[in-house]
Write a protein that binds this ligand. Structure first.
Ligand code: NAD
Length: 312
């Protein structure tokens, strides 16, 4: 019998972007399950400007008020050296590191034809490099522990998005980063399995400052599927020792619906025994796709994965 709540007693977690929104819920839930938490948050605006220590400090106060242990960290996840300091902070403060939840993020939405270079660069940096840098430093630490003969049971939980796995108009920068994070998850999972580290990924859906306008759905009595706290049970479950065999997965979450996505798996095959002739291949493509073929987009993807309908 598994315990009623996964027991993370004695474990130490870093949650990036944990001052607000979904990350804050992860930090509260991990602390409630017994983990000591480094609450990382730069505290800037939604578009990634400025810095403010207050959100991280408030989340720490909440954890402490509930009887947990936490420390605030204001490092920028997109800065390689700063990410190393964040990992060192966990080790100095709590003496170990078991869990890294990469969650920090920003938005600079724009149609592709109008997108400016800085809008592309900033979003790719915070999300994609902001996943690589902390994971790289944490993984080096776990490899050292494994080489010293310790049985490591470490966890990385990454954050993709329906925008990255289904594609969302107006988010070429963000969706490309989020698709990259899903790909990064597959490779990191395979590389780090030998050291006892699992690497999984969540494509969340929640009402936060990031999605207030997109998720402008009427309030209903009872269970609110868009409460950011709905994302936390999956993170806590994946961090339990019992989940040691589950790695390299990308989970879509909407309310109580957790869907294990299959991305880029083999599908329609166009094969000959020799090199294709372009004319023959074109004829085959047109025959096989008489109505054409195009991505269904984010709303269709969310619905297929168990989410409710949204306004397009
Ligand atoms: N809300 C949703 O429905 C949804 C959907 C898909 C993906 N996501 C992803 O979930 C994650 C959390 O988003 P949220 O909705 O809670 O947004 P949010 O804006 O409420 O929280 C993101 C937090 O990350 C912090 N942050 C930003 N840049 C940082 C940096 N460089 N270093 C450290 N901290 C930084 C911010 O200060 C903020 O507190 C993001 O990666 C987001 O892209 C959210």
């Amino acid at each position: 019998m598994l315990p009623a709540m996964p027991d993370l007693e004695g474990k130490v977690a870093i949650v990036t972007g944990a001052g607000r929104g979904i990350g804050r819920e992860y930090a509260l839930a991990l602390a409630a399950a017994g983990a000591k938490v480094v609450v990382n948050d730069l505290g800037g605006s939604l578009s990634g400007e400025g810095a403010d220590a207050t959100p991280a400090e408030q989340a720490v106060s909440e954890i402490e008020a509930a009887g947990g242990e936490a420390v605030a960290d204001g490092e920028n996840v997109a800065d390689f050296a700063a990410a190393a300091r964040m990992v060192a902070h966990a080790l100095e403060q709590f003496g170990r590191l078991d869990i890294l939840v990469n969650n920090a993020g920003i938005l600079r939405d724009r149609m592709l034809v109008n997108m400016e270079e800085d809008e592309w660069d900033a979003v790719i940096a915070v999300h994609l490099k902001g996943h690589f840098a902390p994971t790289r430093h944490a993984a080096a630490h776990w490899r050292e522990r494994a080489k010293e003969g310790e049985e490591v049971r470490a966890r990385v939980v990454n954050t993709s998005s329906p925008s990255g796995v289904f594609g969302n108009v107006g988010q070429a920068n963000y969706g490309a980063a989020k698709a990259g994070i899903a790909g990064f998850t597959l490779i990191a999972a395979q590389e780090l399995q030998r050291y006892g580290v699992t690497v999984n990924c969540i494509a969340p859906n929640a009402r936060t400052r990031m999605t207030e306008s997109a998720f402008d759905m009427p309030d209903e009595a009872g269970f609110d599927p868009l409460d950011p706290a709905n994302m936390a049970p999956l993170v806590v479950a994946l961090c339990a020792d019992e989940a040691q065999g589950i790695t390299g997965q990308v989970f879509h979450v909407w309310g109580g619906a957790v869907n294990a996505l299959r991305g880029w798996s083999a599908d329609e095959l166009f094969a000959t025994d020799e090199r294709w002739d372009a004319d023959a291949l074109l004829a085959e493509l047109v025959e096989r796709y008489p109505e054409g073929v195009a991505p269904g987009g984010t709303v269709a993807g969310i619905q297929a994965a168990g989410g409710r309908s949204l306004q397009t």
